[in-house]
Design a protein around this ligand. Structure first.
Ligand code: IPM
Ligand code: MN
Length: 372
């Protein structure tokens, strides 16, 4: 398969983790005879520095002319404590999602057996957790009208949803549940918010066309508690934009590190793949950022193009790295400092040398020679 991939590394650790995914995708291309072309473009704070615009027109054009987008991270502390900043890096990502119609953000959350001890949660609670979060991505309070009065003493953000916006992501969530454990949990705040009541009504009506899928409801406050109390009760979580943003960060605690969580943002025409973590500016350039979320996002990219065997290969390589403790400091059991680059090297190497699977990877696959 030939794929044109737009690469938007963005800010902070974005470039260093994205570099590892590209390396891994090159290995997949070589092993499976595909051709992947990568074209880089600026987005976020780095794009503001270069052009004054967090999403320059050329970047958007490149994305629209590509088969898929591989996104790094966005954000810079110099904007975080400046509420009067006229442009902000995050606007680049939000505009990109809106312009490309990426209305569904899919965030898988899994407890890896080899990492159970790394999570601050009790092992018996989290073992076997496998959740797919369907977060609405182009509506709600993120995109509703924003106002501030002239004196600067009053502000509001409108949370607006239409039936169509709810239906299109709900269909995807129900279809996903059909090939999983057949359960959808709608997370909302229908006891207070009118927009949530609309979600409940629309989703309840739509559920009738999926009689094989059980539909369940939870208020977001309760859901955030249930998520760490008994995460195994969930299969597919369907929710609006901001609730999805918040509960997915919370859910990352189950896996042991936010550095593991990948995501796919899809629409009718385009698809973007990005780790759910942010730009982690404190770690920038130190080689300590976990590249796995980005690498697993690359695996989701392959799945999007039905390259399932290839995606599986990446996942197996990732699991092997976790098993052998070839991990960055956020996960490393022995407190070793294996760098971002070395984790990427291992995963690349595993893909290029599948015949070595049973050998001692720890010694031979850390960027040293694979010839023993
Ligand atoms: C995410 C991020 C973004 C969001 C920010 C960077 C705008 O937190 O992708 O989860 O809030 O959607
Ligand atoms: Mn977030």
């Amino acid at each position: 398969m030939k794929l044109n991939i737009a690469v938007l590394p963005g800010d902070g650790i974005g470039p260093e983790v994205t570099k590892q995914s590209i390396k891994v995708l090159h290995a997949i291309a070589m092993e499976f005879n595909h051709t992947f072309y990568f074209s880089h473009a600026p987005v976020g704070a780095i794009a503001i520095d270069e052009t004054g615009d967090p999403l320059p027109q050329e970047t958007l054009d490149l994305c629209k002319n590509s088969d898929a987008i591989l996104f790094g991270a966005i954000g810079d502390p110099k904007y975080d404590n400046d509420p009067s900043a006229p442009v902000r890096p995050e606007q680049g990502l939000l505009k990109l999602r809106k312009e490309m119609g990426l209305f569904a953000n899919i965030r898988p959350v899994k407890a890896y057996d080899t990492l159970l001890e790394q999570s601050p949660l009790k092992v018996d609670r989290i073992q076997g957790t496998d959740i797919s979060i369907y977060r609405e991505l182009t509506g709600g309070i993120y995109f509703g009208e924003k106002k501030r009065n002239e004196e600067g003493t009053e502000a509001s953000d409108l949370c607006l949803y239409t039936k169509e916006e709810i239906e299109r992501i709900a269909h995807l969530a129900f279809k996903a549940a059909q090939s999983r454990k057949k359960k959808v949990t709608l997370v909302d705040k229908a006891n207070v918010l009118e927009s949530s009541r609309l979600w409940r009504k629309v989703v309840t009506d739509l559920a009738k066309s999926y009689p094989d899928v059980e539909l369940d409801f939870l208020f977001v406050d309760n859901a955030s508690m249930q998520l760490i109390l008994n995460p195994k009760q969930f299969d597919v979580i369907l929710t609006e934009n901001m609730f999805g943003d918040i509960i997915s960060d919370e859910a990352s605690v189950i896996g042991g590190s936010i550095g593991l969580l990948a995501s796919a943002s899809v629409g009718n025409q385009f698809a973007l793949f990005e780790p759910i973590h942010g730009s982690y500016p404190q770690a920038k350039g130190k080689g300590i950022a976990n590249p796995i979320a980005s690498i697993l996002s690359a695996a989701m990219l392959l799945e999007h193009f039905t390259l399932f065997e290839e995606a599986e290969m990446i996942k197996t390589a990732v699991e092997k790295s976790l098993e052998l403790d070839i991990t960055t400091p956020d996960l490393n059991k022995l407190g070793k400092t294996i760098s971002t680059e070395k984790v990427g090297d291992f995963i690349e190497d595993f893909i290029l040398h599948p015949e070595d699977t049973n050998r001692n990877f720890t010694n031979i696959h850390l960027g040293q020679s694979t010839i023993i």
